[in-house]
Write a protein that binds this ligand. Sequence first.
Ligand code: NDP
Length: 241
Amino acid sequence: MGRVALVTGGSRGIGAAISKALKAAGYTVAASYAGNDEAAAKFTAETGIPTYKWDVGDFDACTAGIAKVEAELGPVDVLVNNAGITKDGFFHKMTKEQWSAVIRTNLDGLFNMTRPVIEGMRARNFGRIIVISSINGQKGQAGQANYSAAKAGDIGFIKAIAQENASKGITANAICPGYIATEMVMAVPEEVLKTRILPQIPVGRLGQPEEIARAVVFLASDDAGFITGSTLSANGGQYMA
Ligand code: NDP
């Protein structure tokens, strides 16, 4: 197939599962990350997928990083905007730093990563923009005004991008995961998981990173060419948007 996929935050958690699934589906994959060199090196050793370090919040770093990926692997056909952070706190206690850090990585990162690839996709008449949003961008979450705002922003973003680029063979879609069994969620005490989290999920379990990855592979495929501007909920029935 020869298509190139770039996954931000692609060396850990959900992003690592996405990178591996795209590779298994035949893509040439690049995984970016922020600073965890040890995890990135381990990931590359295990998978053979090259990793690239830059901050998605820094537009110039994204432009340079994407240029390096494209010089080494070829033009980016599939961009998976997965990198994200949380800095939780109730809004009446939230600092400007907590707000800005989350908006910068989760929302500015979308502009910074998508802007450098979109013109090439338009010129080649093919592209897939996939954003990993969150259930909390759909329903809001107490303690996460910053994260909920950024993740809701993902959804508005893909709808606008979908409209602007539909005639150029480019689709833009968001996936909204619920609770996924990554390091972050598995760090929650088991008692809290059993008594407070699992009862909210009708299927009665956490999602697996691979379940998000399979949805990404589908949205990236030619088979999904008629799906654009959509928001796919992957949350075990916790919130039916
Ligand atoms: P992890 O914390 O496990 O991994 C985050 C990845 O993003 C890491 O590779 C990290 O790099 C990278 N990253 C973070 N900040 C930056 C930055 N400024 N520039 C470049 N890369 C960055 O996250 P998850 O796998 O749990 O989450 C992945 C996505 O899914 C996020 O957008 C998250 O909001 C979303 N999500 C997760 C859910 C869950 O239950 N886990 C539920 C709903 C949505 P490094 O390795 O260098 O730190």
